[in-house]
Ligand binder design. Structure first.
Ligand SMILES: [Zn+2]
Length: 190
């Protein structure tokens, strides 16, 4: 019953049933992801806050099964995509990021280890039961860039508009900004 993305199951149960789980949920469904995006967006002035950022769709699919013929190691593969609203760290304007994950994971408990599955990453299970939603959410969070920035110069206000070379330097080097302010203050004593 309920939502297979939320149900607690053991990796063996999911793998033996060959569970395929469709992901089609709003960002708001993922609490941890939502709060990280929200914290980032607070850098925007309230009038620039995008209204529907929580309603954007996370969509994709997870497939559970076993890796290898003999070892029968539970695994999950699949993909998920979401468009995330973020603040460009260069111009501090709103931007959209496409976040895509393609998990290829062996589901192992901490005391298990296997050799010969180099194309997989190991997902260490803290408990016997897992919630597929948690895997998706954690992978999406890990896929968020440490520092979001417009890719195209034309999109980024800090690079495209009337910013001269000196201004550009200041934006990527905060200490340079501080230093030039100090020099400025020395020039115009209050
Ligand atoms: Zn920008």
């Amino acid at each position: 019953m309920g939502n297979p993305l939320q149900d607690q199951c053991t990796a063996i149960e999911l793998a033996s049933s060959g569970q395929v789980i469709e992901i089609s949920n709003k960002i708001s469904y993922f609490d941890g992801l939502s709060s990280i995006i929200e914290a980032d967006l607070t850098a925007l002035s309230p009038d620039k806050m995008p209204a529907g950022w929580r309603d954007r769709d996370v969509h994709g699919e997870l497939q559970f099964g076993f890796a290898g013929i003999e070892a029968r190691v539970p695994m999950v593969t699949g993909s998920a995509t979401v468009i995330v609203d973020a603040v460009c760290q260069r111009c501090l304007e709103l931007m959209q990021l496409e976040i895509q994950i393609e998990p290829k994971l062996l589901l192992l408990s901490s005391e298990q280890s296997v050799d010969g599955y180099d194309e997989f990453e190991v997902w260490e299970l803290a408990e016997t039961e897992l919630r597929p939603q948690d895997i998706v959410e954690e992978l999406l969070i890990m896929a968020l860039p440490l520092s979001a920035m417009h890719n195209k110069t034309a999109d980024c206000k800090a690079l495209s508009s009337s910013v001269d070379d000196e201004g550009r330097e200041e934006l990527v080097r905060p200490f340079a900004t501080l230093r030039s302010q100090m020099i400025q203050n020395e020039k115009d004593p209050i």
